[in-house]
Design a protein around this ligand. Structure first.
Ligand code: AMP
Ligand code: MG
Length: 492
């Protein structure tokens, strides 16, 4: 086991950085220094994650760490860089994008392998276009909390180590203050990285990138007859599982552009995301998404569309178009099967019946017809038994008759199952706590007044979302009326 931190008696020496991504060469990035922020302060530190990375706890609380994770100093051995990518945004080719405000410090050898460390909001890069290279406190807290909430739910995601803030001003719709999220992942490579080199006819670099991803993350593809088609298929498979996880938990990403799609099948780039409150399949969480392209129920098809763009980008490495199409084909079966498996677990069904698909469909239909709170429905259902009066669940429905019909169908399905085992499975599958918009908003409002305790509390709570936390019962309750007036746009 390697430890990322060097022996560090005065807490001022550096982490042991590697520059795995940088070894790809200068076609892939620009080296640069982060831009400092004035008088940074800690907003929140994720101590559990620090332990996972093998960071020294004392050092993680030090000014040395604060300066590093704000971008105010750079360790020896770290070669900060911003990578170049392109992408399709809202269905249109957007040309060159790139890390406009994310700066990769490098990789750390950790107990769980190489982990790349990126500062989001650490200043202008050659890819900032019209942007200021900054992130505001509000959006940084949202990304930090949601990364860890997703991780707590067992959903693949980039992680977040800490947020630092500064009173330096940042102009959005109104004047806000700056913050930096330190986020981590085995790789931040996006579909858009491949699109970039493909659209620019840089086929050597395209191949180099694909080889890098295969060698480091999908080694089994190397042995396939056509490694690049195998890569496309493997990415499709991971993406299908990710979509199933999002749909099952009621997560809406909001900006599924191809530059926001991880080649590792991780949830990445948290912006206007939302966990559903009332179940509305057509829910649009991004206030800037006028057409509803990224509505909740469109996500699985959009992911497929994005995979198609990835396939298009990889074509120069394949023998013919049929190889790419064949590699994309399994998505159409894997996604529905993965979603069905997740929904079956949510319903507490340990075995497979041929009618289950019908039960799952009628559950979604029932929830949509009654606009029932998605998370609360599932959690209350954990205590449902055919013998009980079902009041806690029935009370969620205004159309009691349709609920009764559904409850009869469900009761028949579970009649022969062991109630305790079913309930146990359901409690592990249906979270009690998700990062609802209003919970994040309350923590953000306090944080703007320099009270960061709400951020820490939520972060710790969301690490174990399936548990009971009596002190935080209110955070598992219905959203207040004002929650529906929260408008989250791309502005961050
Ligand atoms: P997003 O929609 O946040 O994924 O961003 C799309 C593109 O815009 C990416 O290339 C970002 O790096 C860039 N971008 C977003 N916000 C800023 C900003 N404030 N400054 C510079 N670049 C930005
Ligand atoms: Mg992005």
């Amino acid at each position: 086991m390697t430890t990322a931190l060097a022996t560090n008696p005065d807490t001022s020496t550096s982490l042991q950085w590697n520059n795995q991504f940088a070894r790809l060469g200068p076609a892939f990035f620009t080296t640069l220094q982060p831009s400092p922020l004035r008088e940074p302060y800690w907003v929140s530190r994720n101590l559990a994650m620090a332990r996972e990375l093998g960071l020294d706890a004392d050092w993680f609380g030090s000014d040395s760490a604060l300066e590093l994770f704000t971008g105010n100093r750079v360790d020896e051995g770290s070669k900060p860089l911003a990578s170049v990518y392109s992408g399709h945004q809202f269905g249109q080719w957007a040309g060159q994008l790139g890390d406009g405000r994310a700066i990769l410090l490098g990789g750390l050898d950790t107990p769980s392998g190489n982990i790349e460390v990126q500062l989001k909001g650490a200043g202008i890069t050659p890819y900032s276009r019209m942007g200021d290279g900054r992130a505001v406190l509000r959006s940084s807290i949202r990304e930090y909390l949601c990364s860890e909430a997703m991780h707590g739910l067992g959903i693949p995601t980039t992680r977040a180590l800490c947020v630092t803030g500064s009173d330096d001003k940042v102009r959005r719709e109104e004047i806000e203050t700056a913050a930096v999220v330190t986020r981590t992942a085995p790789s931040f490579i996006r579909f858009g990285h491949f699109e970039h080199f493909s659209y620019n006819d840089q086929h050597e670099e395209l191949k180099q990138l694909a080889d890098y991803v295969i060698d480091n993350f999908y080694p089994a593809c190397r042995d396939a007859a056509q490694p690049y088609a195998a890569l496309l298929e493997a990415v499709s498979e991971r993406t299908a599982h990710l979509m199933a996880a999002w749909q099952a938990v009621g997560f809406c990403h909001g900006v599924m552009n191809t530059d926001n799609m991880s080649i590792l099948g991780l949830t990445i780039d948290y912006g206007p995301f939302q966990f559903l409150d009332a179940f509305d399949p057509g829910h649009i969480c991004n206030h800037s998404d006028n057409q509803g392209r990224y509505a909740y129920n469109k996500q699985p098809n959009i992911a497929y569309w994005n995979l198609f763009c990835l396939g298009q980008a990889l074509l120069p490495l394949m023998d013919n178009q049929e190889q790419a199409l064949a590699a994309l084909e399994p998505y159409k079966a894997i996604f529905p099967a993965a979603l069905e498996a997740r929904m079956r677990a949510k319903l507490g069904l340990p075995d497979v019946h041929e009618d289950d698909k019908g039960l799952i469909d009628s559950t979604f239909k029932l929830l949509a017809g009654n606009k029932v709170d998605y998370t609360i429905f599932w959690r209350r259902l954990c205590s449902f038994t055919p013998q009980s009066g079902h009041e806690p669940v029935r009370d969620l429905f205004f159309d009691r008759e349709s609920f009764n019909v559904w409850a009869q169908q469900y009761s028949e399905r579970i009649a022969l199952l062991d109630a305790a085992a079913r309930s146990e499975l359901m409690l592990k599958t249906n979270p009690k706590f998700v990062l609802r918009n209003h919970l994040g908003e309350e923590a953000i409002r306090a944080a703007k007044l320099k009270d960061f305790s709400g951020v820490d509390t939520l972060q710790a709570l969301l690490q174990s979302p399936f548990g009971e936390h009596p002190a935080h019962e209110a955070k598992a309750g219905f959203p207040p009326d004002w929650a529906s007036s929260i408008e989250i746009s791309c502005s961050s």
